[in-house]
Design a protein around this ligand. Structure first.
Ligand SMILES: C[C@](O)(CO)[C@H](O)COP(=O)(O)OP(=O)(O)OC[C@H]1O[C@@H](n2ccc(N)nc2=O)[C@H](O)[C@@H]1O
Ligand SMILES: Nc1ncnc2c1ncn2[C@@H]1O[C@H](COP(=O)(O)OP(=O)(O)OP(=O)(O)O)[C@@H](O)[C@H]1O
Length: 294
């Protein structure tokens, strides 16, 4: 599912797919404070869109439902940080560029919007500037931008460990019919990690004998209890997804976005429409996730 918009008028375009943590187990903590995670991750067929065009001078413009939220953040936008970091590495090849970000995903919402934008910027600029980087250099550069950025460079079903940099593809994870739901209250990732009570939880073990849904259901998001303390609406939204027929409802990342898995896309679309009618001020998006087979 593609949303047409300004980014599509640019020569080079990239999709920044929403990241969904189907499971997130916190298994320890590094000496520098970062938490060790075991994650099962997939990506939605919806997200932000970015366009890239050669320009007389660097420019950055925004549009989309959540574009306003990020307007005026100057050089702190992850798109700008990704551009500047890549430029440092590729040097003279990096001519000035106009980047347009169509911001469709809610900000600070646990579905990695900023990380997906950063990864899409790296991909788009490598295409525009006609340059490639050795895999290890690109991976290190991505990790510098954020723990989720290496996963977003992949944008297909995967298991990630460490802080997200140890990535293993999961080719047999099927496409899932889903509704993403967010009460439009931004969540600070460090605050949720700070509230975590136990840091040495059991690792992720995916027992697939009873199918993927049962395997995902048996896993957890260890960040959901602390995030619910910060945003009580997470419990409400999770219950709403289940009332609308979700086979499983869980929070993604550090929240507050929750996902519901539905039997098929028709049911997911009906549920998203009903949820939107109940709370037009919140964010509901039916989406099919990418399958591991592609
Ligand atoms: C929670 C996840 O979204 C799961 O996919 C990610 O681990 C967070 O990824 P991200 O938003 O790219 O996070 P970063 O920008 O790297 O980190 C933000 C802050 O979250 C905390 N943080 C993040 C990742 C991690 N494994 N342990 C942490 O404790 C740290 O305080 C860090 O300063
Ligand atoms: N392009 C961008 N899109 C969204 N947020 C951005 C962007 N650039 C910088 N930010 C900042 O990064 C912070 C995290 O935003 P983001 O939407 O990536 O969070 P998230 O969905 O919780 O990510 P994660 O799931 O990786 O924790 C926000 O406070 C926001 O101001």
């Amino acid at each position: 599912m593609r949303e047409q918009g300004m980014a599509d008028a640019f020569g080079v375009t990239e999709e920044a797919r929403a990241k969904i943590n189907l499971a997130l187990h916190v298994t320890g903590q590094r000496a520098d404070g970062y938490h060790l995670l075991d994650m099962l991750v997939t990506f939605a067929d919806c997200g932000d869109r970015l366009g890239f065009l050669p320009a007389p001078a660097d420019a950055f413009t925004l549009s989309g439902r959540f574009g306003e939220t990020l307007a005026g953040d100057g050089g702190t936008n992850l798109v700008i940080r990704a551009r500047d970091l890549l430029r440092e590495v590729v040097g003279a090849l990096a001519f000035p560029v106009h980047i347009h970000l169509q911001k469709n995903l809610p900000v600070a919402s646990g579905i990695g919007g900023g990380s997906a934008d950063a990864a899409a910027t790296l991909r788009g600029l490598m295409r525009l500037w006609g340059t490639g980087l050795p895999v290890e250099t690109l991976a290190a550069l991505a990790l510098k931008l954020g723990a989720d950025v290496p996963m977003c460079l992949e944008s297909r079903p995967l298991i990630a460990r460490g802080i997200g940099e140890e990535i293993e593809a999961v080719p047999d994870l099927p496409a899932l019919a889903m509704v993403l739901a967010n009460p439009l209250k931004g969540v600070s990732t460090p605050e949720v990690f700070r509230r975590l009570k136990a840091k040495n939880n059991p690792p992720l073990k995916l027992a697939q004998s009873a199918g993927w849904l049962a395997a995902i259901r048996a896993a957890r998001n260890d960040l959901e209890p602390p995030a619910r303390e910060v945003v009580p609406e997470i419990a409400v939204i999770s219950a709403m997804l289940q009332t609308e027929g979700a086979l499983l409802a869980r929070m993604s990342g550090s929240g507050a976005t929750c996902f519901g898995i539905f039997a098929d896309m028709a049911t997911a679309r009906d549920a998203a429409a009903a949820l939107h009618e109940a709370r037009p001020d919140w964010y509901f998006q039916a989406t099919q996730t990418v399958s591991g087979g592609i």
